[in-house]
Design a protein around this ligand. Sequence first.
Ligand SMILES: Nc1ncnc2c1ncn2[C@@H]1O[C@H](COP(=O)(O)OP(=O)(O)OP(=O)(O)O)[C@@H](O)[C@H]1O
Length: 307
Amino acid sequence: MTQPAVDVRGLVMRYGETTAVDGLTLAVEPGTVTAVLGPNGAGKTTTIETCEGYRRPQAGTVRVLGLDPVRDAAALRPRVGVMLQDGGAWSASRAGEMLAHIARLYAHPLDVTALSARLGLDTLGRTPYRRMSGGQQQRLALATAIVGRPELVFLDEPTAGLDPQARRAVWDLIDELRESGVTVVLTTHFMDEAERLADWVHLIDHGRLVASGTPADLTSDGAENTLRLRGPAGMDVAGLVTALPSGTQVVEQVPGTYVVSGCVSPALLAAVTAWCAGSGVLLDEVVVRRRSLEDVFLDLTGRELRS
Ligand SMILES: Nc1ncnc2c1ncn2[C@@H]1O[C@H](COP(=O)(O)OP(=O)(O)OP(=O)(O)O)[C@@H](O)[C@H]1O
């Protein structure tokens, strides 16, 4: 196996009595977009900040591009882009100046004018950072993370607070980063975003890894997808079940709405429609509902609110 871009082993991080990260082990394959997901307080930011070299592991090891993020910070700085949750910019700085200044620190930066236009920062003129909207500050933080053409970029909630247009622009940019071979590690609370962008997902809770895989693996793993039928109320559910592969269940949830659960396959769909044809039943609607990443997330981390 190639050397992971990020290699976290047995990481433990505590704040006083609180164990934020509790023996976490995970790896990020180079060239992938990897999403680190978890409920509030799961330990995502602490883990990412440790990978960025802002915190020293209290136990375990962290390697980024094969290097120690604290000891080898100087060697990693030109190779790793970082987008923090709260930008960390000087309040009087202007978007264009700040981006141009940061670009000058790198040997082969992206074109600042083009990047500003892509992220809608080109119209900000002399607006100081403190007067920018949250979404503008967020986009500037993303631009500063990638302007130096990093090999690896950490994006902490890159689309939090963005409107739908800006969100799409950020998604396109992340797609392009992947296409150009950049490794992207991102945290997000938007499950549709993770499903859309990530090649790989690590789900963490209480500072530990609870699941890992591609979005497709996670949503199909042991999952019972469902088929939802709408038709006449009071259909012969018992008769339908006998016509379907063993293990399939059918429930009339409310009159006229039926949920068929089991292994949803083309054969199951054909068996349902064949039974309907044989029984003279005309369905109004047949919907295949696949488990989403959000279903997996809620199943694994529970539905109660986190503080
Ligand atoms: N500087 C700090 N001092 C004390 N406790 C902290 C500090 N930073 C984080 N914590 C605690 O550590 C735990 C993990 O926090 P962390 O910010 O890493 O989680 P997270 O998964 O990023 O959460 P969120 O999704 O809300 O951003 C939480 O219980 C949090 O309250």
